[in-house]
Design a protein around this ligand. Structure first.
Ligand SMILES: NC(=O)c1ccc[n+]([C@@H]2O[C@H](COP(=O)([O-])OP(=O)(O)OC[C@H]3O[C@@H](n4cnc5c(N)ncnc54)[C@H](OP(=O)(O)O)[C@@H]3O)[C@@H](O)[C@H]2O)c1
Length: 163
């Protein structure tokens, strides 16, 4: 099972200048709960944006760079290799971004765990279109903004429609 995890604005905005667009600690906690103790696959730019290996997860980072090493992560040069390694570790694999990686994995994914952030955001990185002919929303839980979380948002699960 391949699950994509992403937080997106209404315009599918993901990030700008290699950073997130909002302060939502509740979403970060949700992300931790969903992905902890599983392999996570990410692009090199997302890894650099996070700045360190995520604890209690096998961090698999995709990069075409030669001779690039970082402590605490597994670096692979293709997505195929990333998925192969991840599946050896656990049957449930999480793809955690960013835009380039989501675009290349959405067709292979079985499930999307989306945090829909209420707003349109200026961004330079976007999530691919979630086609309603392919993806069915099976869960939604909404939260209102508060003193720590800057925007209203909803946790949503989409499952791939099997024809
Ligand atoms: N809102 C969210 O949930 C969320 C989640 C994650 C990230 N983000 C945001 O997304 C942005 C980063 O996304 P991005 O699209 O710019 O970059 P990215 O997808 O994180 O990483 C792109 C890099 O991954 C490597 N790569 C991509 N496809 C590859 C392939 N097929 N084979 C080998 N390597 C491959 C390349 O690394 P090399 O250049 O090293 O070869 C490429 O430059 C940031 O703003 C971040 O904050 C948001």
């Amino acid at each position: 099972m391949i699950t994509i995890v992403a937080a997106i604005g209404h315009n599918n905005a993901l990030g700008k200048d290699n950073q997130l667009l909002w302060r939502l600690p509740k979403d970060l906690k949700h992300f931790k709960t969903v992905t902890e103790n599983h392999p996570v696959i990410m692009g090199r730019k997302t890894y650099e944006s996070i700045g360190k290996a995520l604890p209690n997860r096998t961090n698999i980072v995709v990069s075409r760079k030669q001779n690039w090493f970082q402590e605490g992560i597994l670096i692979v040069s293709t997505l195929k290799e990333a998925l192969k390694f991840a599946k050896k570790i656990h049957e449930n694999v999480f793809v955690i971004g960013g835009g380039e990686i989501y675009k290349q994995t959405i067709d292979a994914a079985d499930r999307l765990e989306i945090t829909q952030v209420e707003g349109n955001f200026e961004a330079d990185t976007f999530f691919p279109k979630i086609d309603p002919k392919i993806w069915q929303k099976t869960f939604e839980e909404c939260h209102q903004k508060d003193d720590k979380n800057d925007y209203d948002f909803c946790f949503q699960t989409f499952e791939k429609i099997i024809n």
